[in-house]
Write a protein that binds this ligand. Structure first.
Ligand SMILES: [Zn+2]
Ligand SMILES: [Zn+2]
Ligand SMILES: [Zn+2]
Ligand SMILES: [Zn+2]
Ligand SMILES: [Zn+2]
Ligand SMILES: [Zn+2]
Ligand SMILES: [Zn+2]
Ligand SMILES: [Zn+2]
Length: 659
């Protein structure tokens, strides 16, 4: 029996707090995970996850670099009886409260072991019978019961969408006093006040009445007595028992708004009924957790433009990205960026060398580490293999009757870029959420993050983001004095408007559009347009002409094709075919700066520094349409601060981009 001389040190270690990220499913530096034969090692000091494969061995480098020497080895295996048949009919309509629950514990079994890296700095020494020690068992249970870091960031992302409503903010509670402990304790005898159900129970925050929830598809039973209580009393807010955490979070439902809401005063509202949140233990999955699981089960059909099924491919550079829920905008940007040689060269060969010079404490917090992880995941080919058939998951419909119709099975599970998403989206009001986003905006954001990081670590070398940079020249000419002004703006993306010309409808009534040539879009972009202008030379309002052309060309040109139209006040994406020829000559779109014979306009004295004066009429018009002030200002700035229509177009083009 192996014994460890350092075991006394373990008394100082504590199980993870609810707010801590626990990387117990996957290595933070590569995509090896708990399903690997060796499993992964979770550091018991900082809860980093490290792999144990011979080539990379990120658990060893973590122990060497940090001196953290106790880990919990986690291995996951599929239970033999895991293939489940689900032949119930799908419900007519899915609601937030009706979500299929697929319990991890039912499908897999986990094996854990305590290891010491002081005893064996090469591979870590497994300490036999360590789980007999109650403190070690407590640490192990704490790690295994924590939400995995991937799931935690997804839950956080969803929860950011749940806001308080006027009903949670102005809740009036009846002074009924504490309710008996046997009712409020979820483990205890609590049941619905109108029936015998003991689970799926909701507590009315106005009067303390307990009612069961609605029937959930494939999951918990419910007779809708909570809803009945609302209809009788109009008490708006209920909290789901079993979802209350010591930090004061829980599933809150507002029946008046008919939506999930947040109650910033939940702890106080519960205290009125004698419920102390600090003693509540979370026993049920919250709606958010259930919804994520549901959302992850959607798969997209694998057909080409000709409608034929696509052939599956495998190998280096042919690795898929799993859908994290509305994350296709991100997957397309990642795949495109890592198909470019400069990005491959920057992040793939040096993936293993980086960690030794990395200055971040945790790889999960390092932009470089996460870019290296993605490069290794996508380009090594190590994770590009057919999905195992014995997992019983070849047909998405087998596990989820609502999955998209897929003419072909899903061939590979690919890698899950959740660590990348959590880090890149951190602190960003849009990309930290689970909502559908616009890929062009995400691409721009990614470039900003990469450049900020490069500046911070100051490695001086050329950054791959340079290949997208180009200058856009704007030439303005006064219609009266004919004097000119040139300005060059640095850009990474050129947005082109794609004109919609209807040419009929197909058999299903879908509108068909004329094909548009890319060259025509660029000609429009670089064409001459007239505008009103206060000429600093003529000292009056004149008609001027404006022309934008490339001042320099990028190595890789990123085009953002705007194919939107307002239909009944709802922006919709139009299916306009855009013909991009194999070669494109850009010479005719190149500007040449000030020419001999041209005279420059004097400087604008009117251009005051500081915040620009936003066009008031345009602002009012945009805000009346319900756009947030900050978005309206951004749109006006981007479109010359002149008229609402241009700004509106910009707003629509920069909204979510489905698909
Ligand atoms: Zn690894
Ligand atoms: Zn550690
Ligand atoms: Zn030891
Ligand atoms: Zn009931
Ligand atoms: Zn009530
Ligand atoms: Zn409400
Ligand atoms: Zn790093
Ligand atoms: Zn003039």
């Amino acid at each position: 029996m192996a014994s460890c001389a350092h075991i006394a040190d373990i008394a100082r270690l504590q199980p993870p707090r609810l707010s801590q990220s626990v990387h117990r499913e996957e290595c933070t530096q590569c995509f090896d995970n708990q399903d690997h034969p060796l499993g992964i090692d979770v550091c018991l000091a900082c809860f980093n996850g490290g792999c144990l494969g011979r080539e990379r061995h990120h658990a060893r480098t973590h122990a060497q670099k940090t001196g953290h020497h106790f880990t919990l080895n986690v291995k996951r295996k599929l239970k033999p009886s895991a293939s489940r048949a689900d032949d119930e009919e799908p419900p007519a309509k899915m609601t937030k409260l009706a979500i299929v629950e697929d319990r991890d514990e039912d499908k897999y079994e986990h094996k854990t072991a305590l290891k010491c890296w002081k005893c064996d700095p090469e591979n870590g020494l497994e300490i036999q019978n360590a789980m007999l020690d109650p403190h070690v068992k407590g640490l192990s249970d704490g790690v295994m019961q924590s939400l995995s870091s991937a799931r935690q960031s997804e839950v956080k992302a969803w929860e950011e969408e749940i806001l308080p409503c006027e009903h949670t903010l102005t809740l009036q509670q009846l002074s009924t006093g504490p309710i008996p402990a046997s009712v409020s304790s979820y483990e205890g005898l609590a049941h619905c006040s109108k029936c015998d159900l003991k689970e799926n129970l909701w507590l009315c925050l106005t009067c303390g009445a307990l009612g069961c929830g609605r029937q959930q598809y494939g999951g918990l039973g419910g007779n809708g007595h909570g809803l009945r209580h609302y209809e009788e009393t109009h008490h708006p807010i209920s909290v789901k028992l079993g979802t209350i955490t010591p930090e004061g979070n829980a599933d809150i439902y507002c029946y008046t708004c008919n939506d999930a809401k947040q109650d910033p005063e939940l702890a106080a509202h519960l205290a009125a009924f004698g419920i102390n949140v600090q003693t509540q233990t979370k026993t049920e999955k919250s709606m958010t957790e259930l919804q994520i699981e549901h959302n992850l089960k959607f798969d997209f059909s694998l057909t080409g433009e000709d409608g034929k099924a696509l052939e599956p491919v495998f190998g280096p550079g042919l690795t898929g990205l799993s859908n994290l829920g509305n994350s296709c905008y991100m997957a397309s940007v990642i795949q495109t960026v890592f198909s470019l040689p400069v990005f491959q060269e920057r992040y793939y060969p040096s993936a293993s060398a980086h960690w030794y010079t990395c200055t971040e404490t945790l790889p999960a917090d390092c932009v470089d580490c996460q870019m290296h992880k993605l490069a290794d995941g996508l380009l090594s080919g190590r994770y590009s293999h057919p999905r195992p058939t014995n997992s019983g998951m070849t047909d998405p419909k087998a596990i989820n009757p609502l999955a998209h119709d897929s003419p072909t099975p899903v061939f590979q599970e690919g890698v899950r870029p959740s660590g990348f998403k959590a880090l890149i989206g951190k602190g960003h009001e849009e990309f930290s959420t689970m909502r559908q986003q616009d890929s062009e905006e995400f691409f721009t954001h990614l470039l900003t993050v990469l450049r900020r990081h490069a500046k911070k670590v100051g490695n001086g070398g050329k950054e791959p983001t340079d290949i997208f940079e180009f200058g856009m020249e704007q030439r303005l000419e006064c219609g009266e004095c004919k004097r000119v002004r040139y300005r060059v703006d640095g850009m990474d993306v050129v947005s082109i408007a794609v004109p919609a010309v209807e040419k009929g409808k197909d058999a299903e009534g879908k509108t068909l559009y004329e094909e548009v040539r890319l060259g025509d879009c660029l000609s429009t972009l670089t064409g001459v347009e007239a505008l009103e202008y206060t000429c600093p030379g003529c000292q009056k309002n004149v008609i001027a002409t404006k022309r934008s052309r490339f001042a320099t060309f990028p190595q890789v040109l990123v085009l953002h094709a705007k194919k939107f139209q307002l239909v009944n006040w709802v922006p919709s994406k139009l299916d306009i075919p855009l013909n991009v020829s194999d070669t494109l000559r850009l010479d005719e779109y190149l500007g040449r700066g000030l020419q001999s014979g041209e005279t420059e306009l004097p400087d604008d004295k009117a251009a005051a520094p500081g915040l620009p004066q936003f066009n008031e009429a345009a602002m009012a018009q945009l805000e009346a349409m319900g756009f947030p002030t900050i978005r309206c200002q951004k749109a006006l700035l981007a479109t010359g601060n002149s008229d609402a229509e241009a700004a509106m177009e910009w707003l629509f083009a920069h909204m979510e981009d489905p698909g």
